[in-house]
Design a protein around this ligand. Structure first.
Ligand code: ATP
Length: 223
């Protein structure tokens, strides 16, 4: 007999916003997850570094977690090196041998999955729960992702309770056209994106004066 599944949402969370949280909370309800964990990533040195420090990103994740009754998993921030998702999921699988783990991601992440380290092994240790994200559509999936979907997709939510790993669940959440890049740009231009953030996170950003007037070169290029 398995324990009820938990959900895990990894991200840079620079900052955490409602586009992260609303689909994850909807999945918690729809799939009756016993727990929803936020997993802030350590950013690899070769990638554009996040605007905020790891401590500030963690603080915002903790505030959001307190507001929405979530759990914070700090393991990737505590490591010296950036972690690969597959390593973290394999570690969790060893820690929770009887608990299905649902790794939550947006459609952009699913479409980019074949660039992840040992991506085909992800479904050996976890389920994938994929949220709708405006601008990214499943029809654009390449042949590798299509094959993965064909082999693993399920519409039976019980499958995610009855198996430890190996299912892909496509969520029908409300699409939220929202990203951290957009939140940073709004703040840099002096706007208050309060409606896009948990209240406690918006207050923290304002108190600390984060992102204000300091548009990141990386964001200017992406815009
Ligand atoms: P950035 O704009 O800095 O790239 P981001 O908003 O895309 O950041 P991440 O921290 O990179 O946020 O995302 C973590 C996870 O949350 C990813 O799996 C991503 O697909 C998902 N996600 C982020 N925003 C949304 C959204 N609006 N709808 C659905 N999923 C989302």
């Amino acid at each position: 007999m398995l324990a009820p599944p938990i959900g895990l949402l990894g991200g840079t969370f620079d900052p955490i916003h409602l586009g992260h949280l609303r689909p994850a909370l909807a999945a918690r309800d729809a799939l009756q997850l016993a727990e929803l964990r936020l997993l802030p990533n350590r950013v690899p040195p070769h990638r554009a570094s996040p605007f905020c420090t790891a401590e500030q990103r963690l603080e915002m994740v903790k505030l959001a977690a307190a507001e929405f009754n979530l759990v914070v998993d700090e393991r990737e921030l505590r490591r010296d090196q950036p972690s690969w998702t597959i390593d973290t999921l394999e570690e969790l699988r060893r820690e929770l041998p009887h608990t299905p783990v649902c790794f939550l991601m947006g459609m952009d992440s699913l479409l980019g999955l074949p660039t992840w380290r040992r991506w085909q092994a992800l479904l050996d240790v976890a389920h994938l729960v994929v949220s709708v994200r405006p601008g990214w559509h499943i029809d654009e999936a390449n042949a590798e992702v299509r094959a993965l979907l064909q082999a693993h997709v399920t519409e039976r939510r019980e499958d995610l309770h009855e198996r430890l790993a190996g299912c892909i669940w496509l969520a029908h959440n409300e699409p939220l056209p929202l990203s951290s890049t957009q939140v940073r740009a709004l703040l840099a231009e002096g706007n208050d994106p309060r409606d896009l953030l948990p209240e406690s996170v918006a207050d923290y950003i304002r108190r600390q004066g984060l992102y204000v007037g300091k548009q990141h070169a990386h964001d200017i290029i992406r815009h």
